[in-house]
Design a binder for this molecule. Structure first.
Ligand code: NAP
Length: 269
């Protein structure tokens, strides 16, 4: 039976474990972290748990590495002998494939960028593969990433921008939903109704754009009646800095990836 180890079962790692279990993964899942108490919830879901990364990596055919970027080097060192020849899928932001490959040349590394919607199997996960994965292994990687939502292979040079865009988007969209909720309160809606209607409107608009494949400008046009209510609101928004603020936010987060990487990696050499 195929075995997957999820090393660092925190927020993202935990979402991967839960998604695998929920989607009926036929193999065995081993979740690790240092805090044994916090592993109990995975055990109750039917996953195996361990505080021993080395042993989990030895037993596994495929390894998800989900610790914080700062902890990657240490954990990689710990499991390096156990992962040779195996697929290792890392979720760590900013760390390039070269970093992994330099340390364990015989492992087959995949760099991914999911987002926290993985908790409800709605992540957009971008990934890039080292050149020693064959097509069948790449298909396997995609099948596994798709349990968290949807995934797409991209060139590694896009990973920082993706980190800043879809990786962090749940943060940006939450600000928008919160602002809409408060707008609802301002015009007299009960709190729960204001939040529910805002979140569902964001979800529905995303789905509409994905399913109709229409440009967002077309959707905006579809809801704008001449002389109606929506154009009053759009007029206000267009006079604000909302578009530039979002562009600037993503640009700054992209630049920050580079700075973090320099601090994490280049500084060590
Ligand atoms: N959060 C996001 O939205 C997001 C999105 C995309 C990508 N990512 C990336 O995903 C990775 C995980 O992020 P996260 O937000 O899930 O962080 P997190 O919740 O802190 O999870 C990391 C986990 O690693 C465990 N850990 C630390 N050292 C360990 C060790 N030596 N051996 C085994 N487990 C260890 C920690 O648990 P213990 O303290 O119990 O060991 C912790 O639960 C990061 O590299 C991040 O860049 C995060």
């Amino acid at each position: 039976m195929e075995k997957i180890a999820v090393i660092g079962a925190g927020m993202i790692g935990g979402a991967i474990v839960k998604s695998l279990v929920k989607e009926g993964y036929q193999g065995c899942v081993i979740a690790t972290r240092r805090d044994a108490e916090k592993l109990k919830e995975f055990e109750s879901l039917g996953a195996s748990v361990s505080t021993n990364n080395k042993e989990a990596a030895r037993k596994a055919d495929i390894i998800f590495l989900c610790v914080k970027p700062n902890d990657v080097e240490k954990v990689l060192k710990e499991i390096s002998e156990e992962i040779e020849g195996k697929i290792v899928i890392s979720t760590a932001a900013t760390i390039p494939l070269k970093f992994y490959k330099d340390r364990v040349p015989k492992a087959k590394f995949v760099r991914t960028m999911p987002n926290i919607a993985a908790l409800v199997q709605q992540s957009f996960t971008a990934y890039c593969c080292d050149n020693n994965l064959n097509d069948e292994e790449k298909r396997k990687v995609k099948r596994l990433l798709d349990v968290m939502g949807v995934s797409e292979e991209v060139e590694e040079r896009y990973m920082d921008a993706i980190t800043a865009l879809s990786g962090s988007a749940p943060g940006y969209i939450s600000i928008i939903i919160e602002a809409l909720m408060y707008a609802g309160l301002k015009v007299g809606l009960p709190r729960e109704l204001a939040l529910y209607s805002s979140a569902q409107a964001v979800l529905g608009t995303g789905k509409l754009i994905l399913e109709t494949k229409e440009h967002p400008a077309k959707i905006k046009d579809m809801v704008t009646t001449p002389g109606g209510t929506t154009i009053e609101a759009i007029f206000e928004l267009e006079g604000s800095q909302i578009r530039q603020a979002l562009m600037k936010a993503v640009e700054e987060a992209t630049k920050k990836c580079e700075k973090i990487r320099e601090k994490l990696i280049e500084a060590k050499h």
